[in-house]
Write a protein that binds this ligand. Structure first.
Ligand SMILES: [Zn+2]
Length: 98
């Protein structure tokens, strides 16, 4: 059984494709042959690395500061009124008839 690879457009034996089961438990094959898939993954990883370094270079210094997520100083002066007490309106006493 042969299958056409989506990447290199060559008919290759089905053993050259990775096999997996979908959510319906059916046996499916990858659309790209093993060498092409590896190539794509390596390329994706390389791009990811470039993107990560780029993101690191463009970080906001204000956000990366050690005191970036400190509480607002105004919040310290705030007064919290009262305390929430939860009182059940119905207390189960264990009997069949209350
Ligand atoms: Zn291929």
């Amino acid at each position: 059984m042969t299958k056409k690879c989506k990447e290199c457009r060559q008919n290759k034996d089905i053993s050259m494709y990775g096999m997996f089961r979908d959510s319906y438990d059916r046996i499916r094959y990858h659309t790209k042959c093993r060498p092409c898939r590896t190539k794509v993954l390596v390329e994706r990883r390389r791009l990811r690395k470039i993107m990560d370094t780029h993101i690191e270079r463009t970080v906001d210094p204000e956000e990366q500061a050690s005191d970036a997520f400190k509480d607002d100083p105004r919040a310290a002066k705030e007064v919290d009124y009262g305390r929430v007490v939860r009182k059940p309106t119905f207390v189960i006493k264990g009997g069949l008839i209350d």
